[in-house]
Design a protein around this ligand. Structure first.
Ligand SMILES: *Cc1c(COP(=O)(O)O)cnc(C)c1O
Length: 349
């Protein structure tokens, strides 16, 4: 039985270890809050399990189109923004083509590229663990079909600057699709950071992706959206698995959009905790990069595995990355003190 060797070699996505029920799961950038009040009831109120969901997602796409001031065809939804990223890659790239993105960045990108048969071109982050937009633009050639910009960057935290992103767009040929992955945009507090919403309609080759998984706390339902030129999105839709988003997802997303003030309050609480944690870690002497998502990066280098174990011993699950560092999601208020204590012991040891 012959398999595609590059697929057989792909290691399945690993979710990491679980803490005890009294511990803190800070390894997947999930929201520590349950879905917004009333969302669970709304999600389960009117679902006929014997029927397929609305494959065209009319209600939610109409609602998002209104919210962002675009046409219906300029927004699509998918089973998480992960699915939309893969669909966009499949729509644009095939064997022999190249997809360019920063590294380290979202750990799902390499696998999505491999599935298309195209080749990954990974452009190193700067010393400050930010996107090197000049180097990304310079990596574009005749074979390039997609460039992905992740802002804020998972797992390191910095957002791309708005003016720098526009300068970058001016350098990328209009035939090359640029995907601005804004999975964490709701948490951005830096006014200079790029905001995809402000760029809608400005470029024929720009698509932004966002998700209900992180700020909205709906990771378990799998729902995200993309906004961009209708022709690009129609192509991405054509690569989707039919009916990949359920009526539960549509209803929960719509109900969440009805509760924007509550969402804003939760996001403000998370960014307050994030900034407090980063300040405490900086004070201990850690070189923590700008943190614009719902997570912070601890550069533990060669000691990364041991550091992850130290957090796990304190009943905190974090996400280690090779010999680079650890990503810690912003979770429960009570986790902050414990994180700071473990980090203090690590820097002393
Ligand atoms: C979490 C995440 C996503 C998508 O998550 P979904 O749950 O599939 O919507 C996309 N990009 C980045 C960078 C992420 O961290």
């Amino acid at each position: 039985m012959r398999l595609r060797p590059e697929i057989a070699a792909l290691t399945a996505y690993s979710q990491g270890r679980s803490p005890s029920p009294d511990g803190f799961k800070l390894s997947s950038n999930e929201s520590p809050f349950p879905a917004l009040p009333g969302v669970l009831d709304a999600a389960t109120a009117h679902v006929d399990l014997n029927r397929y969901p609305d494959g065209a997602a009319i209600a939610l796409r109409t609602r998002l189109a209104d919210r962002f001031g675009v046409e219906f065809g300029e927004v699509i939804v998918g089973s998480g923004s992960s699915s939309l990223l893969q669909q966009l890659f499949l729509a644009a790239a095939a064997p022999g083509d190249e997809i360019v993105y920063a590294w380290r960045s979202f750990e799902a990108y390499p696998g999505f590229v491999t599935v298309t048969g195209a080749t990954s071109i990974q452009v190193p982050l700067t010393e400050a663990l930010e996107h090197d937009l000049d180097a990304l633009a310079a990596a574009v050639n005749d074979r390039t079909r997609v460039v992905v910009v992740c802002s804020p960057n998972n797992p390191t935290g910095p957002a791309v600057e708005g003016a720098a992103f526009e300068a970058f767009m001016a350098k990328v040929p209009a035939e090359v699709l640029v995907v601005l992955d804004e999975a964490y945009r709701e948490f951005v507090t830096d006014p200079a950071a790029v905001d995809g919403e402000q760029l809608i309609g400005r470029y024929p080759n720009l698509v932004i992706t966002r998700t209900f998984s992180k700020a909205y706390g709906l990771a378990g339902l799998r729902i995200g959206y993309a906004i961009g030129p209708a022709r690009l999105l129609a192509a991405a839709r054509a690569t989707a698995i039919p009916f990949a988003v359920t009526e539960f997802g549509f209803a929960a997303a719509l109900a969440s959009l009805d509760r924007q003030p509550l969402l804003d309050a939760r996001v403000a609480e998370i960014t307050r905790r994030r900034d407090a944690l980063r300040a405490a870690l900086l004070e201990q002497g850690w070189d923590v990069p700008q943190a614009q998502g719902n997570f912070v990066w601890l550069p533990t280098g060669e000691r990364t595995a041991a550091a992850a174990d130290a957090f796990f011993d304190a009943d905190i699950a974090v996400r280690p990355f090779g010999v680079e560092g650890i990503r810690i999601s912003i979770g429960e208020e009570a986790s902050l003190e414990r994180i700071v204590a473990v980090a203090a012991a690590l820097i002393a040891g």
